[in-house]
Design a protein around this ligand. Structure first.
Ligand SMILES: [Zn+2]
Length: 336
């Protein structure tokens, strides 16, 4: 039904999406949970994605949700592997907006990685925003702002991350969730948090977007909603980030990667969360990428093969809620 209603309408703009390419020139393997990983095939998925995006001739840009090269890539090959994936992305006829993932940081430190990915930011931070048309704004979060990977060992952010991990995860191997219950299972070394300064920046951007009547899409390598992700893949302080997001009504969708199986949920405030299926886990000659058509009141993700298509309608209820807030005194006087 959603597709039928969309057919008559041209999207305002469209953009390509792909996540967790995790390329490496090594033999196929398996994840911690035994899921097959196709390290050499994944760059072919990316190449087919870029070809498809170019063939469509309507995409304004594409977004890479992080983890472009796998942590098992031999370290003397890291730079070349990253350059190879970046140049595959650069065959796209438009801008690519990158974000960093844990696997990128296993291969290169921030100061080398960020310029290669042309990620804007300051002091090696990797959060930024952009506005493809006046009515829409994209916020790209740095999920490894507070992290035990990517910063120098004696950096205050490394120390803060290690202190938090020590407090929350008693295991010797901080990548092991053994013994952790429910949402606490996210306190793993391969995850991270959004720091105070970035949270304040997010608040300012959302305030500005609200003032400018912009709709916002948040992009973060780590998922922000337990309904769309396993507990083990969540941002450490997803709750703090969502508290900021829920203070406003401008954020319509949060996109993520990292949790390779993918997911979709609508949270208590009507915000959609869509975690993308990983390119890495595509058996030979299958794909996982897509593009998003953006409308005034909804977006439509058109997926290929293993990436599910998802229609995401923005809930009308924040409008009703605003109406309720205005109308409430009258109801109260009626009740009295
Ligand atoms: Zn990841």
């Amino acid at each position: 039904m959603g597709l039928i209603t969309a057919q008559g309408k041209q999207p305002l703009f469209s953009f390509g999406v792909i996540s967790d390419v995790q390329y490496a020139d090594i033999a196929d393997g398996r994840s911690f949970l035994g899921v097959p990983r196709y390290y050499r095939h994944s760059i072919l998925v990316l190449e087919r994605a870029v070809k498809k995006w170019n063939d469509l001739q309507k995409l304004s840009f594409a977004v890479n949700f992080g983890d472009i090269v796998d942590g098992f890539c031999p370290k003397d090959q890291s730079l070349n592997a990253i350059k190879k994936v970046v140049s595959a992305f650069e065959k796209f006829n438009g801008p690519i907006y990158h974000m960093i993932g844990n696997h990128c940081l296993y291969n290169l430190p921030r100061e080398e990685l960020l310029p290669l990915l042309k990620i804007p930011g300051h002091d090696s931070s990797a959060y930024y925003d952009f506005s493809p048309i006046p009515g829409y704004r994209f916020v790209v979060l740095d999920a490894y702002d507070i992290s035990a990977i990517g910063w120098p060992k004696d950096h205050p952010k490394t120390i803060e991350a290690l202190r938090l991990l020590k407090e929350k995860n008693p295991n010797t191997d901080k990548n092991s969730p053994v013994g952790l219950e429910g949402l606490e299972r996210r306190f793993l070394m391969f995850n991270g948090a959004v720091g105070k300064e970035q949270l304040q920046w997010l608040d300012n951007v959302l305030q500005d977007a609200t003032n400018s009547k912009q709709k916002v899409m948040v992009c973060c390598h780590l998922p922000l909603d337990p309904g769309a992700s396993t507990s083990e893949a969540l941002l450490w302080n997803f709750d703090e980030v969502m508290d900021v997001i829920h203070r406003y009504k401008c954020v319509k969708v949060c996109f993520g990667g990292h949790d390779h199986k993918g997911g979709h949920s609508v949270d208590s405030h009507g915000v959609h969360h869509r975690v993308f299926e990983a390119a890495l886990e595509c058996p030979p000659n299958t794909d996982a990428f897509g593009y998003v058509d953006v409308y005034e009141d909804r977006i439509s993700l058109v997926g290929t093969d293993r990436m599910q298509s998802t229609d995401m309608v923005f809930p009308p209820w924040p409008v009703l809620l605003a109406f309720w807030e205005i109308a409430q005194p009258d109801f109260q006087s009626l009740a009295a």
